[in-house]
Design a protein around this ligand. Structure first.
Ligand SMILES: [Zn+2]
Length: 122
């Protein structure tokens, strides 16, 4: 397990991340001298969406990469066979997030299933 970070350390990381994103926007030519409060609100939404989407991508990657070679069928408990991956897009309110899931086929039930559909670690 990674060492737990304190709230102060986390706040500092967020500050650094946001400062970097704002600097990047400024570099793209956004002139902050004629910015309105609305513009600032839009920037808040844009940046929080980008961060939320990235959280989704990283957490989903973690979640979907946990499936192993051998996987028991959720219906009969027989060993199922790895049958490739399914790619789809998760439609979230913070933008679409690509998901790639391992697919398994149970020879006994003749059905496909996705272990990533069940909660992580189950
Ligand atoms: Zn089965």
């Amino acid at each position: 397990m990674a060492k737990r970070i304190t709230k102060e350390e986390r706040d500092q990381r967020i500050k650094e991340l946001v400062a970097a994103m704002l600097a990047e926007e400024a570099a793209r030519g956004a002139d902050s001298s004629c910015e309105t409060i609305d513009d600032i609100e839009q920037a808040m939404i844009r940046i929080s969406n980008a961060v939320a989407r990235e959280v989704g991508i990283q957490k989903l990657e973690q979640h979907t990469s946990q499936a192993s070679d051998a996987c028991a069928c959720p219906q009969c408990g027989e060993a199922a066979i790895y049958a490739g991956r399914r790619s789809r897009e998760l439609i979230s309110s913070r933008g679409n997030v690509p998901v790639s899931e391992a697919k398994y086929r149970c020879p006994a039930c003749r059905r496909d299933f996705f272990p990533s559909d069940s909660p992580a670690g189950s």
